[in-house]
Design a protein around this ligand. Sequence first.
Ligand code: HEC
Length: 294
Amino acid sequence: MKSFSSYLRVIVLVAIAVAGTEYLMETEPGQWAVLEYPFAGVFIGIVIIFAIAIEASLASLKNVLYQALSEEGKERYHAAETAKASKLEQKWESFMQSMTKSKEIEEEHEIILDHNYDGIKELDNRLPPWWLYGFYATIIFAVIYLVRFHVIGDYTQAEEYEREVASAQEEIEAYLATAEDLIDVDNVTFLEEKDDLKAGEKIYTANCVACHRADGGGGIGPNLTDEYWILGGGIKNVFKTISEGGRPGKGMVAWKSDLSAKEMQQVASYVLTLQENDPADGKAPEGEVWEEEE
Ligand code: HEC
């Protein structure tokens, strides 16, 4: 299997096998199925071995047949091979000629212009078709572009930008929906969306009212409606308290094993909205007034 085409066949076959495996098997973006799943790797290995084996047997079969030929036959075989090669060469050359329309150096006297600058002469070559067709293509492109964006006004660059940002935003949201535990104390933000606050309220009602009361006035736990905080106010501190719990022995447990990071973010945001409440019989303030640092 020494010929160039047999190497090529092996490479193409293996490439198809790899592409097919990657297409058919589910992997996370950025992962290779061949590396991720042992049997996919084994499959590719088998394909490689088979491809090489087939090429090797074909080559040796050819060799055996060649050796069996008479001297005359061998010569005929060589002649046929050379003819095949020169035919290919001819085809390539006529293709190049049709794309460049260049004149042979012997024919250049036909197209030489009759001026002469200190021995520098000019040839009146035809524009090479490959270049000319490209030039026509740009003209057609320009006309379509002009009509589409300057006459009809399909969309503006600003709109295109908005659209791309919006679709990127969607992708980010889809990503965060599957990877919501990426939220932590350092990057948690206050959620303003109604849906999130509704979800937060639900979680609060289900888990927290027993100690903090529905209006946040407090009971076993401290009042959540005043500006005094034992463990610090603001979304980051509140998230941390909910996630890690209060001081030992006080009764506020860590919720991180019961609630997802997203849920803790929602309920923390909801807790901060309780500041608007002003329950008449709320628990006396505990801790200190908390101010957001700049
Ligand atoms: C078993 C009763 C109990 C439950 C249930 C409870 N808490 Fe608490 N919570 C407490 C106590 C007690 C403290 C005070 C902790 C301390 O002093 O260290 C507290 C503190 C807090 C604080 C900090 C208040 C401050 O002044 O710093 C927040 C915020 C809070 N709880 C939110 C919640 C949320 C949200 C839930 C529901 C997911 C919840 N708690 C469930 C008892 C409870």
